[in-house]
Design a protein around this ligand. Structure first.
Ligand code: PHE
Length: 527
């Protein structure tokens, strides 16, 4: 038995497959489909990918094992689990701070995640609407038509801009997405999270495989491979010098594996004693990494088969513009593109949904509190927790959504509000930018750093060994070494670099260029 006291009544996954699906569902999200191609493309393609794989292998998966065993051994919620584990070892209950950091991080992430997922929902609806209209006009044969057959290219490119210029539309999409998240979380671990993952994840994988095969067959597979996997050594060198590539790789590994957010601790709580944590963690880590790489192969070959789109990619980058502008333009040229577009956006939506469920669950597990209460009371408490936390996240998300509206379209207050504008680093940054920076660059890394220290140094090795049950001593020794030394050293270094050194450098550079501008202005002859 673990040391959890109030856990007799704790809900559990119905089995190994259920846990794996739910955990992979949490890990696979916008981080794989939007953030990964963007970061990889930006920092040197294959060189970044190699570094990323090393980070997953030597830092991500060991920390994932740590989070799962901490959750399972502690029980309750992430905060309660860490507190129980610390006090059982005779250590300070202040360690529960790790749970708080993670919980705040995941709650803050869901506030903007839902807004961005709302954009995806908008594109699902637009692509379905377009194909339906086409079939309505031209009969079922129109199912073979390219995407957005009735639109000009300019109109397709203007979709994203049109969406962010329409606050009502954005908020309605955000509200729908958050409401679905709340509904699923309110139904609990088995009836909600697990049930959703069992439906959404198989569909996700099916769509991903279909889209990838069609992209490799119809697109320029060689160009896609070379973009993703061929190392760009000049970009790598430039990035290595200022250290940012390691920050990007570790940051992406943490975001993608949902680490440092208390999320895996929370899903670990619902694991049964029989589950083999090392194997589960490896499966989840590999599945998440494969999805990131395979998704790249679903996207880039298609894009590179059209030179104009490759130029579009160069010009507008590989972030949301890739998803909502470049890719729709690619589907616009393909037979059956209408169906591809629908499949692609539904796939992305499902991935985002299983992640937002996990993000909200962390805080709801906390408000569930002591779970030794009558089942109907427990259900009501969960419902109230999910609705109030989801409602609060929705409200904060309204600020994020309104911050995206171009000032030239409408003054929404949030689009000119700079919450931390007084601090030079955050000058010009909106609420969404600030929350994004604080979560991905600071809180997740801080949470992960402290988790590694906690699991490696604070919890006794006998307890860790008992939970992890590696087949042999050497494997345990390797894990312990990675969690004690490698993870804290690297995560700590990039944390200091990302949260302190690089902002200061950026600020200096900015000041430098401001000064240069002032000098230049002064040296202009007066008119
Ligand atoms: N891993 C998710 C993604 O890749 C995001 C996430 C982070 C989910 C933290 C839960 C906790 O999109």
């Amino acid at each position: 038995m673990g040391i959890s006291s109030g856990a007799a009544n704790q809900e559990h996954w119905s089995g190994r497959a259920a846990f794996i699906l739910a955990a992979v569902g949490s890990a696979v999200g916008l981080g794989n489909l939007v953030r990964f191609p963007y970061v990889a493309g930006d920092t040197g393609g294959g060189a970044f990918v190699v570094l990323y794989l090393l980070c997953i292998l030597f830092i991500g998966i060991p920390v994932l094992m740590a989070e799962l065993y901490i959750g399972r051994r502690g029980g309750g919620s992430s905060v309660a689990a860490i507190r129980r584990l610390a006090t059982a070892e005779g250590k300070s209950s202040t360690w529960a701070l790790i749970g708080w950091i993670g919980m705040v991080a995941s709650f803050l992430i869901v506030t903007f995640y839902s807004v961005l997922a709302g954009w995806v929902l908008h594109f699902v609806l637009v692509s379905i609407g377009d194909l339906a209209a086409n079939v309505g006009e031209n009969g079922p044969g129109a199912l073979a038509a390219p995407a957005f057959a009735n639109m000009e290219e300019g109109e397709i490119s203007a979709q994203l801009g049109g969406l962010v210029s329409n606050p009502t539309r954005m908020l309605v999409m955000h509200a729908i997405f958050m409401a679905v998240t709340v509904f699923i979380v309110s139904r609990g671990v088995k009836g909600g999270i697990e049930a959703a993952a069992k439906v959404l994840m198989p569909i996700f994988f099916f769509l991903l495989i279909m889209l990838t095969l069609s992209s490799l067959v119809n697109g320029d597979a060689a160009a896609g491979f070379s973009f993703l996997f061929k190392p760009d050594f000049s970009a790598l060198a430039a990035n290595l010098i200022d250290g940012s590539i390691l920050l990007q790789a570790i940051g992406q590994a943490f975001f993608s594996l949902s680490l440092g957010s208390a999320m895996m601790v929370t899903y670990g709580i619902y694991m049964s004693r029989e589950e083999d944590i090392p194997t589960s963690a490896k499966v989840v880590g590999m599945a998440d990494t494969s999805v990131a790489l395979v998704a790249g192969l679903a996207i880039f070959p298609i894009v590179f088969s059209f030179p104009a789109l490759a130029a579009n990619l160069d010009e507008k980058g590989a972030g949301f513009a890739l998803l909502f502008d470049t890719l729709p333009l690619a589907f616009h040229q393909l037979p059956f593109g209408g169906l591809f577009a629908i499949a692609f956006f539904i796939m992305t939506l499902f991935a985002a949904l299983t992640s937002s469920i996990a993000l909200l669950e962390v805080a709801v597990a906390f408000t569930d509190g002591d779970i030794d209460v009558a089942p109907d009371q427990r259900r009501r408490r969960r419902l109230i927790g999910a609705i109030s936390l989801g409602g609060l996240a929705f409200l904060i998300g309204v600020g994020h959504a309104l911050s995206q509206v171009p000032v030239s379209v409408q003054d929404t207050f949030f689009n000119s509000w700079q919450p931390l504008g007084a601090i030079p680093l955050f000058a010009g940054k909106t609420l969404l930018d600030v929350v994004d920076f604080l979560t991905a660059n600071v809180l997740l890394l801080l949470g992960g750093f402290l988790t590694a220290i906690f699991a490696g140094w604070i919890v006794s090795t006998s307890a860790a060994k008992e939970e992890l049950r590696f087949g042999n001593e050497a494997a345990f020794g390797r894990w312990l070494f990675l969690v004690r030394w490698v993870a804290p050293a690297f995560v700590g270094a990039v944390l200091i670099y990302g949260a302190i050194i690089s902002p200061v450098l950026a600020q200096r550079a900015e000041r430098g260029s401001e000064a240069a501008q002032v000098i230049e202005e002064m040296s202009q002859p007066a008119e």
